[in-house]
Design a protein around this ligand. Structure first.
Ligand code: FES
Ligand code: FES
Length: 179
């Protein structure tokens, strides 16, 4: 007997079969999460839609804006370009894991102090990217900070404040920023 495919069932007015899911275990901000997700679920969608960590933002969904930046084992990645299933053994940090309302991360405080955001949509990605840049230890001049943060776009144009905020934290870590 020939079985009808889900596509042809849908075309014929039937109900398409749900997509296959599997178990994926992720460690996010120090907590274990077990998700039942389709294998093609991006890390960004897993964070936002399944763990409800909506601090990480979806901008372009194509790796072009940096709004979705998170840290994986201390390195920054665009979570829209990476599948959740690839990160089972990794340590994932989102903006929610960097600091708390009661205990802000130095970058979070610096962004407030330097007016480094307007609408705030790009801010979680900017801060995660800045932490990744600091982890890399590569930002030694203002130009380098600009260059290494260039993957994070800000539609509000808050770049001057962002640069000052990142500079302040880099300086505080004795990683002197030269003009
Ligand atoms: S949403 Fe990932 S880079 Fe734009
Ligand atoms: S603060 Fe609005 S996009 Fe950056």
């Amino acid at each position: 007997m020939i079985q009808q495919s889900s596509t042809s069932a849908a075309q014929a007015g039937g109900v398409a079969a749900p997509p296959p899911t599997g178990t994926v275990r992720l460690t996010i901000n120090g907590q274990q999460h077990t998700l039942q997700i389709a294998p093609w679920t991006t890390l960004l969608d897993a964070l936002r839609e399944y763990v409800y960590l909506t601090g990480t933002k979806k901008g372009c969904d194509h790796g072009q804006c940096g709004a979705c930046t998170v840290l994986v084992n201390g390195k920054r990645i665009n979570s829209c370009l990476s599948l959740a299933v690839m990160h089972e053994d990794h340590d994932i940090t989102t903006i929610e894991g960097l600091g708390s309302q009661e205990n802000l991360h130095p970058l979070q405080q610096a962004f407030i102090d330097h007016d480094a955001f307007q609408c705030g949509y790009c801010t979680p990605g900017q801060i995660c990217s800045a932490q990744g840049l600091i982890n890399e230890g590569r930002a030694h001049t203002e130009e380098e900070i600009k260059e290494h943060m260039s993957g994070n776009l800000c539609r509000c144009g808050a770049y001057a404040g962002i640069l000052n905020a990142v500079k302040e934290v880099v300086d505080a870590k004795s990683n002197e920023v030269k003009r």
